[in-house]
Design a protein around this ligand. Structure first.
Ligand code: EPZ
Length: 419
């Protein structure tokens, strides 16, 4: 299996174009099932997860082609309302097809997603909401079979859930009557999904808020062309990497409004941030102030940058606390950061990081998409060489990450087992 090799110590300088948001394009790809016809999505990143979702749409009967960061999806001939285990087990976001399949076909057979590297990933909020909307929901040999015509109602999510909000939205847009979603996710990716659905003819109000009102419609139509927003998590990853390595980078296309909490915390930790023509510029001398951080649903600090922030705090000028309020068990990166010399203790969902002077390169192992990014960040600043294995995790969510870092001056390359 391929590895990423890093020789630490270089500063990061230059401009980097941020790609389209993985967590925006995945639900939007499933929304194309709702109305038969041809769709073009642009600024689509070339990732393992977008290729997996394309394969899932093909299994459902769609025609999907990808070239030059654009997807052409034709769902005219979709005829198989099923998401098979072999695909769902590799990517939890496959579960997003439940709502669209139920909307279009009145039936949906979707494999229950397994857990992931850091623990169980339940879908009970999704299932409870579809039952409340009038669907029959049964579990049969690991598959969820949902059937029936949906009738609008009020859905109260006990916790904010990005996936459940997206899935229920795609069921509610053609339900009979009005659906109100309380405690809805308001991540930029969900707002973009609402914009896409409204362009299809849906009637969704309350965008950018935690309360969405959906008036069901009888007919939706395809969207000829739609651009995916930049990936705020990829942007945050490069900002945090530059903060710890030192240097000055300009992110092309990143949207500062999607990262306000992260930018504020980076300034508190010692970086200088400016916005020029809508682009984010970060300057750092590599000296890190210790700053406590807690993850929260948007607009709070995103859990998908928690591991990267932890890498930053390993070299801070004191002790810092990180609390993950979204995933209590998302800490598999601690063991690997420790191999580089980091001093981190964990108590339930609270990690305490004692800042040290230097990390030392070592052999380390990726465990999930964002943990991998955290290890690359730590390796970029560590003394000596690090070798990161199981990088198939990082290829799920970052396009050519080592090439992008190399273009900023990092000494990083991919070593294939084949050569
Ligand atoms: C989305 O996952 C993202 N994935 C995740 O990014 C992200 O970490 C997460 O939202 C939180 O922002 C995609 O968008 C494809 P949730 P999702 O439902 O929708 C609990 C990445 O690295 N919950 O918002 O699965 C859940 O266990 C990935 O790009 C239930 O209990 O997350 C968690 O504690 C990783 N029951 C919390 O809610 C449910 O039915 C938030 O999960 C659903 C969720």
């Amino acid at each position: 299996m391929d590895k990423i090799i890093v020789k630490g110590g270089n500063q990061l300088n230059g401009k980097i174009k941020i790609g389209g948001a993985k967590n925006a394009v995945l639900p939007i790809m499933t929304a194309c099932i709702l109305a038969p016809g041809q769709y073009k999505l642009t600024n689509v990143p070339n990732l393992k997860d977008t290729r997996t979702m394309s394969e899932l749409l093909r299994r459902i009967g769609a025609d999907v082609t990808y070239s030059n960061h654009s997807l052409i999806i034709n769902t005219e001939n979709c005829n198989t309302p099923e998401a098979p285990y072999d695909l769902v087990k590799t990517m939890r976001a496959s579960f997003y097809v439940l709502g669209p399949l139920l909307s279009r076909f009145g039936i949906s057979k979707v494999s229950l997603p397994g857990g992931c590297a850091w623990g169980p990933r339940p879908v009970d909020y999704h299932l409870k909401a579809f039952k409340e909307l009038g669907a029959s929901v049964e579990l049969d040999s690991g598959y969820i079979i949902a059937k029936g015509k949906l009738i609008g109602c009020t859905i109260n999510f006990e916790n904010v859930s990005v996936g459940a909000t997206g899935n229920v939205l795609m069921g509610a847009v053609t339900a009979k009557g009005i659906t109100k979603i309380n405690n809805a996710a308001r991540e930029p990716e969900i707002t973009l999904l609402c914009e896409f659905l409204n362009l299809m003819g849906a009637k969704i109000k309350g965008l950018n808020s935690n309360t969405l009102i959906i008036e069901g419609v009888d007919k939706l139509s395809p969207v000829k062309e739609f651009e995916i927003v930049p990936d705020r998590i990829e942007a945050g990853t490069f900002l945090i990497a530059t903060a710890i390595c030192g240097g000055e980078i300009e992110l092309i296309d990143a949207n500062p409004d999607h990262l306000q909490t992260v930018l504020n915390l980076l300034v508190k930790a010692g970086s200088e941030i400016n916005i020029k023509d809508g682009n984010i510029i970060l300057k750092s001398n590599g000296k890190i102030k210790h700053v406590d951080m807690e993850t929260e649903p948007f607009p709070g600090f995103p859990t998908d940058l928690q591991a990267q922030w932890m890498a930053l705090m390993t070299l801070a000028d004191g002790t810092s606390l990180i609390v993950d309020n979204v995933y209590a068990d998302r800490f598999t990166h601690i063991a690997e950061l420790t191999r580089l010399g980091a001093i981190i203790s964990l108590e339930k969902n609270k990690a305490t990081i004692t800042g040290i002077k230097k990390l030392k390169g070592a052999e380390i192992m990726s465990t999930d998409i964002r943990a991998s990014a955290s290890l690359i960040i730590a390796a970029l600043v560590a003394n000596g060489e690090s070798s990161i294995s199981r990088i198939y995790h990082i290829d799920r969510g970052y396009e050519k990450i080592e090439e992008k870092f190399r273009s900023l001056g990092a000494n990083i390359w991919r070593k294939s087992d084949r050569n």
